[in-house]
Ligand binder design. Structure first.
Ligand code: 13P
Ligand code: SF4
Length: 335
């Protein structure tokens, strides 16, 4: 996919035209206050031939102001694999930037804040996967994309929450090791006959939601409840829909509810609300501190200095790439 930014001229008229996309989450004065940064980033992108990828959990001024591509982990990985941009800026967390680097090894991949990590990725190391494999000889291993490249290199295939069941079933094994999220593992186990051997990692954002919270929403509102599969099992059981961030958007699109509550990182409601003007979003606000590390200031700085760049250690790159490509080839769009 060729990246042509010649059409992008971010002037004050463009700024005003974009405002409706953030109106429901940002007062006009706040939007105007970010104009100078957004315009500078748009100009730098053109100069650098850079593509800005933004996860659904990024702040609205990033998601609607400077991103070229928005989406869930799976969409961002796919688009990066198909793009021929010279430079990628990952507005997301470290494992997402690493995945882009695996798929575009000859390109520059920038992560505006190198400290943007993930509690799930940090919950497991390559040695833990080797120990699980030794304990369950011959059992294939699947890792969630929220892992380091070193962990991916120890696994047969990678998955995201959008395709976890499909990836597990593709291995045609009665048992599968599934790391690192225990709740996503439970979701997969509930949706397949494959026996799942989990790891007990958790997302620090989603584990805070409770079944009682969902029941309270039920009791007091008629909202359509959508939960991410990184939520505890009783939350998943109490929700109307369980799926990845992209799955939630598709479910909203199909249902067009009057009121909805997204049981996930709360920036997501801000970002999608403009696409669903007829839906009122109730906002339980759990923010991911890692996602929130990315801001317009460090995006601009990284495009100016072309750093910090994310590299994948040479000894794990091939193995990790194989695991990611296996996932992408399953979705019918090989890397
Ligand atoms: P998605 O794969 O749904 O984009 O989620 C990624 C993530 O980090 C969720 O916490
Ligand atoms: Fe990781 Fe959770 Fe943040 Fe997603 S929301 S990046 S899983 S800590």
């Amino acid at each position: 996919m060729a990246v042509d930014f010649s059409h992008v001229h971010y002037d004050s008229a463009e700024h005003a035209r974009r405002y409706p996309r953030v109106r429901r989450s940002m007062p006009r004065e706040e939007w105007d206050a970010v104009y100078e940064q957004v315009a500078a980033i748009q100009a730098l992108k053109r100069r650098r031939g850079a593509m800005v990828l933004a996860h659904n959990y990024q702040r609205p001024e990033i998601f609607h102001g400077v991103a070229d591509v928005q989406g869930d982990s799976l969409a961002l990985a796919r688009i990066a694999a198909e793009s021929d941009a010279e430079v990628f800026v990952m507005c997301g967390v470290h494992f997402m930037a690493e995945t882009v680097k695996l798929l575009a090894p000859d390109r520059l991949v920038l992560l505006p804040d190198p400290q943007a990590g993930c509690s799930l990725a940090e919950s497991i190391q390559a040695a833990d996967v080797r120990a699980l494999r030794a304990r369950y000889p011959g059992v294939p291993a699947v890792c969630y994309v929220n892992t380091s490249a070193a962990v991916k290199a120890e696994c047969d295939a990678c998955c995201t929450s959008a395709n976890a069941v499909q990836v597990v079933e593709s291995l045609a094994s009665p048992e599968v090791i599934f790391v690192p999220d225990e709740y996503l593992a439970a979701y997969v186990a509930a949706n397949t006959s494959v026996r799942i051997i989990p790891w007990l990692g958790r997302c620090e954002v989603h584990e805070r939601f409770t079944g009682d919270q969902i029941r309270e929403y039920r009791h007091t509102t008629d909202a359509f409840v959508l939960a991410h599969p990184e939520c505890p099992v009783d939350v998943q059981e109490a929700a109307d829909f369980v799926g990845s961030t992209a799955g939630m958007i598709a479910a909203l699109d199909q249902r067009r509810p009057e009121r909805a509550v997204l049981i996930t990182e709360c920036s997501m409601s801000d970002n999608v609300s403009s696409a669903f003007p007829g839906t009122q979003f109730l906002r339980p606000c759990n923010l991911c501190p890692h996602m929130q590390r990315v801001n317009l200031g460090n995006i601009r700085a990284c495009l100016e200095s072309l750093s910090p760049a994310v590299e994948v250690p040479a000894d794990v790159a091939d193995g990790a790439r194989r695991a990611v490509q296996r996932m992408l080839s399953l979705s019918g769009r090989p890397a």
